[in-house]
Design a protein around this ligand. Structure first.
Ligand code: PBG
Length: 328
């Protein structure tokens, strides 16, 4: 005990009891921070379990409406819809069809829930194209950025007309936020917000989602439009561009392997920052906890609070319902 300053500095004083720990907790998780991703599939008779995501289903419109009510009752204030259409084609026609599955689902949820729950719609083409890429293709099989933007603008209008309060472009095309913003404003939807998947990495962690949304690319991969996991500075550039184009919320995706990006983005912007704990993160947690190797309750809370600590204001997570129930 030679050090002069040691006796004065005892951080353990503030860790002695649960009460004092909660008093000095820096990051807190509440149901209001959570956004629940939900899948709705056209033509389904009853909900279908997603094998690689235990506890997650592809919904019918009716089972979706029931799930949304349950989430709302548990205190979750936002959900984001992913649609699986019956028919796919090269341009993803079902995505902006007024009677497309997401539009049908949005109208139903808006009627059921009104303004109690923020209705968000993922805005992309990969679930709707027969080739599984996030845009329309050139003859050489690469994605045509600017032709895809026209499709995105049209999808944004279809989703807004159907009652989406927030559209969330996830295709990583250059200029997508500005194009969508202009289209919404031009059609009287100035109130519809854009949550940009600003920095979306070309990630292995989306594997289970591609089963749930039936959207694995038939050839190639998404590395020519989604970001390289090696890049952090580029993530900030992407986010700055989206902000300049009029994004209202900036998202980082996936979450757990990219907390450095969440933290850096938090200090770059004044906008709300969201992080998406994606399907593969969910699947890893479920797989390890099912074997008894890790404790699910503690693991889920630790992962989510660490995402908040890194700087996320909002978290998209398939655990939203479970966690909201536990918190309330
Ligand atoms: C694309 C989209 C994907 C996810 C959200 N939007 C898949 C992809 O880019 O391959 C992944 C979500 C998850 O893994 O939970 N529409």
């Amino acid at each position: 005990l030679g050090s002069m300053t040691f006796p004065a500095s005892r951080p353990r004083r503030l860790r002695r009891t649960s009460a004092i720990r909660s008093l000095v907790a820096e990051a807190r998780l509440t149901p209001n921070d959570l956004i629940a991703p939900l899948f709705v599939k056209e033509g389904l008779r009853s909900p279908e379990a997603v094998v690689s995501m235990p506890g997650v289903s592809q919904h019918t419109v009716d089972s979706l409406a029931a799930a949304a009510k349950e989430l709302a009752a548990a205190g979750v204030r936002a959900l984001i819809l992913f649609g699986v259409p019956e028919r796919k084609d090269p341009v993803g026609s079902a995505a902006d069809d007024g009677d497309g599955i997401v539009q049908v689902a949005l109208r139903r949820l808006r009627d059921d829930l009104g303004d109690d729950v923020v209705l968000m719609a993922d805005l992309c083409l990969d679930e709707y194209t027969d080739h599984g890429h996030c845009g329309v293709l050139l003859d050489d099989g690469t994605v045509d950025n600017d032709a895809t933007l026209e499709r995105y603008a049209s999808i944004a209008l279809a989703q807004a007309d159907a009652g989406a309060a927030v559209v969330a472009p996830s295709g990583m095309m250059d200029g997508q936020v500005g194009t969508i913003r202009a289209a919404l404003d031009g059609a009287g939807h100035a109130d519809v917000a854009v949550m940009a998947y600003a920095t979306k990495y070309a990630s292995c962690f989306y594997g289970p989602f591609r089963d749930a949304a039936e959207c694995a690319p038939r050839f190639g991969d998404r590395a020519a439009y989604q970001m390289d996991p090696a890049n952090g500075r580029e993530a900030l550039r992407e986010a700055a561009l989206d902000e300049a184009e009029g994004a209202d919320i900036l998202m980082v995706k996936p979450a757990m392997s990219y907390l450095d990006v969440v933290a850096a983005l938090r200090s770059q912007t004044e906008l709300p920052v969201a992080a998406f704990q994606v399907s593969g993160e969910y699947a890893m947690i479920k797989a390890a906890t099912a074997r008894g190797w890790l404790d699910e309750d503690r693991l889920v809370m630790e992962t989510l609070v660490s995402i908040k600590r890194a700087g996320a204001d909002l978290i998209l997570t398939y655990f939203a319902g479970d966690v909201a129930v536990r918190l309330s």
